[in-house]
Design a protein around this ligand. Structure first.
Ligand SMILES: Cc1cc2nc3c(=O)[nH]c(=O)nc-3n(C[C@H](O)[C@H](O)[C@H](O)COP(=O)(O)O)c2cc1C
Length: 88
């Protein structure tokens, strides 16, 4: 196979996609789709997510410093897509 030179990018594919849920200090909750997720450590268990500052969830998580990572099933593909394009 011939070597192809691709433009530089930070995108690694395929990657798992997760649904991240969070709350702000007023108790308003939110859910959004995240692909930039990774393992930091197994003991203690730590994961990382990268969130663009323009996301509503960014503000919520900055306020509470808490979030939950949910692993969607194949049946939830449409919901995952929706949460990845629609903000409140
Ligand atoms: C497949 C997919 C992966 C995404 N991954 C990320 C991500 O890792 N980080 C991020 O900031 N936004 C990511 N997004 C975009 C957000 O999910 C999207 O902007 C969402 O509407 C933000 O919701 P919020 O403004 O209510 O927080 C992704 C979108 C899709 C469709």
């Amino acid at each position: 196979m011939k070597k192809r030179n691709l433009k530089g990018s930070v995108v690694l594919n395929p990657v798992p996609v997760v649904l991240v849920t969070c709350k702000n200090l007023e108790g308003k909750d939110n859910v959004f789709t995240v692909a930039w997720v990774g393992t930091v450590c197994s003991k203690p268990p730590m994961l990382s997510i990268s969130i663009r500052p323009e996301r509503l969830s960014y503000d919520y998580i900055k306020e509470t410093m808490e979030f939950t990572i949910n692993l969607p099933s194949k049946k939830q593909t449409k919901e995952v897509d929706f949460c990845g394009v629609r903000s409140r």
